[in-house]
Design a protein around this ligand. Structure first.
Ligand SMILES: [Zn+2]
Length: 405
């Protein structure tokens, strides 16, 4: 059946490359991926998927399902992303919105995996549900988290997706949980020469907070990162500053460390207010939760990638970024494959160089490799759902282990 899958993906390659090109040429940002979402839906419809548009009430989300035998278990979701991002003003207007993270390839691979598998499942009457899920707004907005809250993944037993990378291809390990706090101190402005005793100095409050967090870092677990930036600049001369802003980011692998660090950082923030008499406001913007390693699924994926003769880094490789896949992956076992667009060296995503790779000859190889690797892996899981049960058990154990860290 894997040979058949290989061929089916080969037959579809012109269409898959076309789909990737179209999304690449029509870059759209978070929750506005109308053209990309429609292109995906139209593509999958042709292969007999049942489509639910506007999944979870999100205009640019969809689910595309097939369940050839009527037996729903196991339900395996192939996740698609198709949002673009801005490259920054220095690159000019044309690249203000661009596919510089390769989500056009994530979409094409999800489509390729889906159409290959659905034909095989129908032909060989394989029990289970296959879904391609269109998840908007990964770069900003956390579309997967919204879909999760709306119950879109209630029945899902396993998650598969790819993300293009550079350097040697890899299977993703953990990534970081994150949250950020915007802090505003409000004091009282007074002339620093004539009435300094009447002033309440907000900049001092920010300094005390900054210094306290510097001290706190020594007592935090090694894996915890705290970044503090003074964002409010005071411009008037000879006035005691009455406003100061700080931006604080906390990033760590373990969710429990995120919560405990946040409480300690809040203590530092309050220290600034208490010492100076300032009022303080804290606005939290929650980031994503980190991925959890699943070695049960890793073994299956690795075997298949090796069968496709793609060199892989050993083990599950942690990275310091964040992904809304992490939020799902803490409830449902899942695995992410990172096929490379540039094996010889590592470059950063979200750069002009990466943008160019996302529509290169190598990107076409990635579409085929990614589709085959995910399709083979899903097929193994459909043929032996006990692997999924094992992966679920491992997820529980890993979460328990993490909360003890
Ligand atoms: Zn990305």
């Amino acid at each position: 059946m894997k040979k058949e899958l290989f061929q089916l993906i080969e037959y579809a390659k012109t269409d898959l490359f076309g789909l990737s090109d179209y999304i690449y040429q029509h870059p759209e940002t978070a929750f506005c991926e109308f053209q990309s979402c429609k292109a995906m839906v139209d593509f999958l419809k042709k292969f007999g998927f049942d489509i639910e548009e506007r999944a979870g009430g999100l205009e640019t989300a969809f689910t595309a399902s097939v369940c050839p035998t009527g037996e729903k278990f196991p339900c395996i979701d192939i996740l698609a992303e198709y949002d673009a991002l801005g490259l920054g003003e220095s690159y000019g207007e044309d690249l203000g919105i661009a596919h510089a993270c390769g989500h056009n390839l994530i979409a094409a691979v999800a489509a390729g995996t889906g159409i290959g598998l659905c034909q095989i499942m129908k032909k060989h009457k394989i029990p289970g549900t296959l879904r391609v899920v269109g998840t908007p707004a990964e770069e900003a907005g956390g579309g997967k988290i919204i879909l999760q809250e709306k119950g879109i993944f209630e029945q899902t037993d396993a998650l598969l997706m790819i993300h293009p990378t550079s350097g040697t291809s890899k299977i993703a390990g953990r990534c970081r949980c994150s949250t950020s706090l915007r802090v505003t101190y409000t004091g009282y402005a007074a002339h620093a020469g004539n009435h300094r005793q009447r002033g309440i100095n907000a900049q001092d409050a920010a300094n005390i907070c900054y210094t306290s967090i510097g001290c706190l870092r020594h007592q935090l677990p090694d894996e915890v990162q705290v970044f503090v930036t003074m964002t409010g600049t005071y411009k008037e001369q000879m006035l005691i500053p009455d406003k100061a802003n700080l931006q604080i980011a906390i990033r760590c692998f373990a969710e429990s460390n995120l919560e405990s660090t946040k409480e300690k950082v809040k203590g530092c923030i309050k220290a600034g207010a208490l010492a100076t008499g300032c009022k303080v406001e804290i606005e939290e913007k929650r980031g994503y939760l980190g991925r959890i390693c699943n070695y049960t699924l890793e073994r299956v994926l690795r075997k298949n990638v090796e069968e496709l003769e793609e060199p892989l880094m050993p083990g599950m490789v942690d990275d310091n970024g964040g992904e809304d896949f992490g939020n799902l992956n803490r409830k449902i076992p899942g695995i992410m494959f990172y096929p490379t667009l540039l094996p010889e060296r590592k470059i950063s995503n979200h750069t002009l160089a990466f943008y160019e790779l996302c529509n290169s000859d190598k990107s076409r190889e990635v579409i085929l490799l990614g589709s085959r690797a995910l399709a083979y892996t899903a097929l193994d899981l459909y043929m032996d759902p006990s692997i999924i049960e094992e992966a679920k058990k491992e997820l529980e154990e890993m979460l328990q282990k993490e909360s003890g860290e």
